[in-house]
Design a protein around this ligand. Structure first.
Ligand code: MN
Length: 145
């Protein structure tokens, strides 16, 4: 079970991502603005953060830079959720510190597979986390990142 913070302002996208996560046995934490998301990240220390790029109060990449500059939060993987994926945009996403990205429209299997793969590459330090998953023991890569 992963605790996933979703920072997304569009209700239809939020509902879809929450439904996918909960159906797969994960827990969703919801934030509609970057400011609320950053606050919840600090309070809840989620396993993974899904970051919409276009948010009402702040660019999702700017919000990612804030998360990645915080020693408490920087190890938490951030997955950008973007409507576009041109080469320049991809570079921008990674330069901001995002660990991966998924493109809208959200497709159930791809979305879930990417989320779980990213989480497996970033095993949480929280004791007991992922205890019901084989990912951390079977799929942890040799390098730490
Ligand atoms: Mn948006």
């Amino acid at each position: 079970m992963l605790r996933v913070l979703i920072i997304e302002d569009l209700p239809v996208n939020m509902l879809l991502m929450v439904a996918i996560l909960e159906r797969a046995g994960h827990q969703a934490i919801e934030a509609e603005t970057a400011e609320a998301g950053i606050k919840l990240a600090r309070e809840q220390l989620p396993d993974v953060i899904l970051m919409d790029i276009q948010l009402p109060d702040m660019d999702g990449l700017a919000a990612t830079r804030i998360l990645k500059a915080d020693p408490l939060l920087q190890a938490i993987p951030v997955i950008a959720v973007t409507a576009y994926a041109m080469k320049g945009d991809e570079d921008e996403v990674f330069e901001a510190g995002c660990d991966a990205y998924v493109t809208k429209p959200i497709r159930y299997k791809e979305f879930l597979a990417e989320l779980e793969a990213v989480a497996a590459r970033h095993p949480p330090s929280r004791p007991g986390a992922l205890s019901d998953s084989a990912h951390t023991t079977l799929r942890r890569p040799p390098t730490d990142h």
